[in-house]
Design a protein around this ligand. Structure first.
Ligand code: DX5
Length: 210
């Protein structure tokens, strides 16, 4: 089980300190890139990524309408994992080119599914990606409630692809994490639960099931 800390709920005025506090607690650091178009919110670009100094892998969740235009700058800024949304890139050839570009740049590639997007929508590329991200909230904001019906998709993906990395994101806390683990997720993202916890190590351990 990997625990991915999303800096969306970090104190951004002390971003480096916040990132440093996750060493030994989280496995990956996630940067939620929102363009105000694919989702309503607007967040970080590659300049922010370039400022983060960490030995933890940087996981970029691209919630943007045109991921192909953005990938190169995030690769150059140090991204280790890049996930784009299936709803943003629907053409199979464009998806394959994007995945190839991410891998050629030395990162692993993921594809994300919004809560109401069926897993069949990614049949064309599911075996080419390193990870599938199953969103358990409608992307855009941290602190939303977990949408339970997405667990069916996680179970179905796990049945079909035993070795696939399945990341879940949105509303993950000590109560919902066991449901995610049981359904077959092996990478859990948390923003508010982790960053708002008094004891971040204990919060991460509860997500991990340790
Ligand atoms: C949702 C973002 C998530 C978000 C999750 O739009 O993609 O990464 O940070 O936040 P929590 O963990 O607070 O639900």
């Amino acid at each position: 089980m990997l625990i991915t800390a999303s800096i969306l709920s970090a104190d951004l005025g002390r971003l480096q300190e916040e990132v440093d506090s996750l060493k030994g607690i989280a496995d990956w650091i996630q940067v939620d890139v929102m363009d105000g178009h694919f989702v309503k919110n607007l967040t970080f670009g590659a300049p922010v990524l370039r400022c983060i100094k960490t030995s933890l892998p940087l996981d970029i969740h691209l919630m943007v309408s045109n991921p192909a235009d953005r990938v190169q700058e995030f690769l150059e800024a140090g991204a280790k994992h890049i996930t784009f949304h299936s709803e943003a890139v629907t053409d199979p050839a464009a998806r394959k080119a994007l995945i190839a570009g991410i891998k050629a740049g030395g990162a692993t590639a993921g594809i994300a599914l919004n809560p109401d997007t069926a897993i069949e929508e990614i049949d064309d590329v599911v075996e080419s990606v390193d990870m599938v991200l199953v969103m358990s909230v409608v992307p855009g904001f941290s602190g939303q409630s977990f949408i339970e019906h997405v667990l069916e998709k996680v179970r179905a993906l796990r049945d079909r692809y035993p070795k696939l990395m399945i990341q879940m994101d949105g509303g993950i806390d000590a109560k919902t994490a066991p449901l995610c683990r049981k359904a077959g997720a092996d990478n859990l993202v948390s923003a508010s639960f982790l960053f708002k916890a008094k004891d971040r190590a204990a919060a991460a351990a509860s997500l991990r099931g340790a």
